[in-house]
Design a protein around this ligand. Structure first.
Ligand code: NAD
Length: 454
């Protein structure tokens, strides 16, 4: 049993803390956001993540999980301290590591014993060394001698399945340069790696880079498919069929091949930009990343143009949007494609009827000031009198829609399916004017698929 402190109690910090407590450790989650800490102390989880509430409640009740906003309460006596702090983009796209370095200083100011410091945030190569220097300099100022080791342990959990990802990880990546630290980290993580050895130990720089490389690869697959989807529309092919054929190839695999309205969220966009910026610092160009970002931006723009092209003028039109979070099973709205569409549609003078199964409270905080936005109770209320529906996030409940009822509620039966959730033939049979991604609206005559465009 280790005494663990997690600095930063957000998506990564809270899930990691609760999972480590579940494996018998004594964990304190520390955050400077006092509102968040107070709400956690009162048993309220500050964001939606399936399975997290029960996990937190169970471990708090067992006396293994605690919350505090006070460094002096959390740090003394800690064996292993995790840093799970934000690493947003600077204006030039590079990673802003100031939250990590600030927390490292606060940690050092309160240290009273030897420990291991583990960085879980996604950070540029060399950040563990920066953190080490920051802590050393603060300890020197204090005139105390405390030994600590740095470990890089990037996190790979996915919002929406974070608890199960953390309990059953694909891999546990450890960038380590001492055997002593490796022993402690292996002891901590072995309970998460019982059936298969999931622990990968490597040097610190490689571990730091591996996280960016993984996210950039996922983003590249998505942008490739999104770009291909638009080509499918031009030549009369169907991206859904093309995807199935590609995914059946074991060298390719079938994950992250779905075309849609572009990727969002708190990780992929910022991590691709940060990797590109890291390359630029070393005069190393990564043109593939430029394309990934350009295609992603273009994908959202093209989808908006499809909507505008069909409904123009947008001024005075009523549009329902189903799904606001950047993906299902989370209430995280960071860089959600729905927000891009909302901004464009509002600027064009449309009125919006919004519904999301979980993200409504967060959406209200962001969009409450707009008179043309109405927050609805469910997807049916959102559809009332609408000139069109946009499916922006593929929540499970949107798969079981009574479209006859929906059609009767709408002003015009038009549906823009940004996630390719519905069957074109069925929607057309129900009388919907149906648009999706990567399938031509009308069947393309064979002879004209390759006819030169005007
Ligand atoms: P988050 O914004 O949800 O949480 C960060 C927390 O840190 C906030 O609660 C904030 O109040 C707190 N904080 C900021 N400065 C502090 C300080 N000095 N002392 C104490 N607490 C402080 O962030 P997140 O989504 O959990 O991401 C954390 C890191 O993990 C980022 O680097 C991110 O890229 C990476 N990551 C995130 C995910 C994800 O799905 N969210 C997945 C893998 C990796």
């Amino acid at each position: 049993m280790k005494k663990i402190t997690i600095i930063g109690t957000g998506y990564v910090g809270l899930v990691t803390g609760a999972c480590l407590a579940e494996k018998g450790n004594r964990v304190t989650c520390l955050d400077i956001d006092t509102e968040k800490v107070d709400s956690l102390k009162a048993g309220k989880i500050p964001f939606y993540e399936p399975g997290l509430e029960e996990l937190v409640q169970r471990n708090v009740a067992a006396g293994r999980l605690h919350f505090t906003g006070d460094y002096n309460e959390a740090i003394p006596g800690t064996d292993v301290c995790f840093l799970a702090l934000p690493t947003p983009c600077n204006e030039d796209g590079s990673c802003n590591t100031s939250y990590i370095l600030k927390a490292a200083t606060q940690l050092a100011e309160n240290l009273d014993n030897d420990l291991i410091v583990v960085n879980k945030s996604t950070v540029p190569v060399g950040t563990a060394e920066d953190v080490e220097r920051t802590i050393q300099s603060s300890l020197k100022t204090r005139g105390v001698e405390i030994r600590f080791e740095m470990v890089s342990n990037p996190e790979f959990l996915r919002e929406g399945s974070a608890v199960s990802d953390c309990m059953n990880p694909d891999r546990i990546l450890l960038g380590i340069h001492s055997q002593k630290a490796e022993l402690v980290m292996r002891e901590l993580y072995t309970p998460f790696s019982v059936d298969h050895d999931r622990i990968l130990v490597m040097d610190v720089f490689s571990a730091e880079l591996a996280k960016y490389a993984s996210n950039a690869m996922l983003a590249t697959r998505l942008s490739f498919m999104n770009n291909l989807a638009l080509f499918c529309e031009k030549v009369g092919a169907d991206i859904q069929q093309v995807r199935k054929a590609m995914g059946a190839d074991q060298r390719i695999g079938d994950k992250y091949l779905k075309a849609g309205i572009g990727f969002g969220g708190s990780c992929l966009p910022k991590d691709v930009k940060a990797l590109k910026a890291m390359g630029a610092l070393k005069s190393h160009s990564m043109p593939i990343l430029d394309s990934v970002l350009e295609i992603n931006q273009g994908q959202q723009e093209t989808f908006f143009q499809k909507i505008e092209g069909r409904l123009e003028p947008l001024e005075g039109k009523t549009i329902a949007i189903w799904g606001l979070s950047f993906k299902p099973d989370t209430d995280d709205l960071r860089e959600a494609p729905a927000l891009f569409l909302i901004e464009k549609l509002l600027n064009a003078g449309a009125s919006l009827r919004l519904f999301d199964p979980i993200a409504m409270p967060k959406a209200k905080l962001l969009l409450n000031q707009y008179d043309q936005v109405l927050f609805c109770e469910d997807e049916y209320e959102a559809a009332k009198e609408a000139d069109a529906i946009i499916l922006a996030t593929e929540w499970n409940q949107f798969q079981f829609i009574d479209f006859e009822k929906i059609g009767a509620l709408m002003q015009n039966k038009t549906l823009f399916d940004g996630r390719n959730q519905y069957q074109k033939s069925e929607m057309q049979k129900l009388g919907f004017d149906y648009f999706c991604i990567g399938t031509p609206k009308e069947a393309t005559p064979l002879s004209s698929a390759y006819a030169p465009t005007q």
